[in-house]
Design a protein around this ligand. Sequence first.
Ligand code: ADP
Length: 521
Amino acid sequence: MRTMKRNKNKNKKETKHSSLVVRWVTVVALTIMVSFVVFSVIIYSFVGQQSMVQQKQTSNEMISKLNSTLTRIPTELQIANVSFALTPSAREVMRGNPPIRSDQQGNRAFNDDLLSSLTNPDLNVVVYNLHGEDVFDNGGKIPTFKKFRDDYKMSRVTRRRKQELLTYQTVRSAKSGKVTGYIIVENKMSYYNGLMKDLLKWMVRISLIAVVLFTLVAYIIVRDIVKPVKEMSHVALEVNDDPNSTARIRDFHRHDELQELAVSFNQMLDRMQRYIDQQKEFVGDVSHELRTPVAVIEGHLNMLKRWGKDDPQILAESIDASLQEAKRMQHLIQEMLDLTRAEQINVQYPNAVTKVSEVLKRVVGDMSLVHKDFTIRLDMDDLPQDTEIQIYQGHLEQLLVILIDNGVKYSTDRKEMNVSAGLSQDEVHIIVQDYGEGISKKEQSKIFNRFYRVDKARTREKGGNGLGLSIAQKLVTSYHGKISVDSVEGQGSQFMMDFPALSKSQAERLRQREEAEKSKK
Ligand code: ADP
């Protein structure tokens, strides 16, 4: 049932991803289509305009050639005078030139540009008299005569889905200015119509090919991008279903942001896994640590219940032992809290600055008072008086207390300790040295682990629960420092902490930031 539900969920997510591909591809296809349509319209109208100018020019030339000849006829246009006027020889006379003699004629008729224009198959030319009767035409289809008011008119008409140009010209006698007839030129514009048709056809074809091609390319690219995203989503779902899952995103073998994202994603999952493991371990450790005191208290209470009530000695012993265990638990809980807090220091005190010598003096003084039987020496010869490090003062104190306390706890006969501090290569070194029981090389690497104790039973007697050094390590590393141990079993130990020293300007900047933070609050 659960698996079904999960599968359903997965499918739901899958649909969402494929819709991303559809959306992207649609957008790309639409954008390309719109761009091509706009581009085609611009080209189509530009070519159309240019070609139309040429066609108009052809019609106008025809009209003006005819008109300039026919205006020389003083009377109404008739078949006789129009046909005569249009012969090359007559035109020469009308222009005031001598008539063409027969020996000059040669092939003049074929060179005459009016006559050659009249043979243009695209142009239907008709000359009408005042009554609208055809007195001359060039043999093509005759456009129907319509009276027109203006002397000149040009109009575009569409016939059988083809564009045509109709040009009207009123002929006036050059002498009297009276209307003598009309010319109509019909331009079928076959070149223009053919050109525009071909252009349209090719543009549609190219646009369609481009849309298909670009959509295909867009699909391949988008799918390539979505695929890793999809895979990441699968891994995320898998980890979401089972936080202990070891599923990780595989190497995509690409050098881009998606690969970077996948690497960060895997790192994040690893980190999460580590936290989960730590958490589990911590809960296990804590319950284990608490079990002993609880068992001890329970044992004493049972004993009291059975025999203790009437035996004042057992009563006193059991109450004392239970109280001691309760105190131990309290101590343990406090240290666990410290450990948890130590993991979040940077967030709490990011700008804290502390003068090392002051804290050292104070803590060593206090600890000497608490442990009167101990001689704790403080050596700060190699530490300039005003050396500062980036740490919250309370934490530096806590660190020193943990180390000095351990020195006391694990001491033998020689009740002495040296605390020293120095500055070298921009680092502050603080050393806590004791002459106690020491730690073997094998144990040295483990003592910083949570709840680790070299000798569980003996440490318990001394009140240790194995958290002090892990708290110390968390604190030190949170402040970008290092903690290490050097010890010889039976001779003593030396714990060393290194912190980056702050320059005067760095310390000042941190202080200013701290001030600014405070005033914000
Ligand atoms: P605890 O509370 O047990 O002292 P720590 O984390 O401080 O816990 O120390 C872990 C273990 O390391 C101790 O149990 C002890 O065995 C060993 N240890 C720590 N400091 C010293 C020291 N100065 N001398 C000898 N052993 C030490």
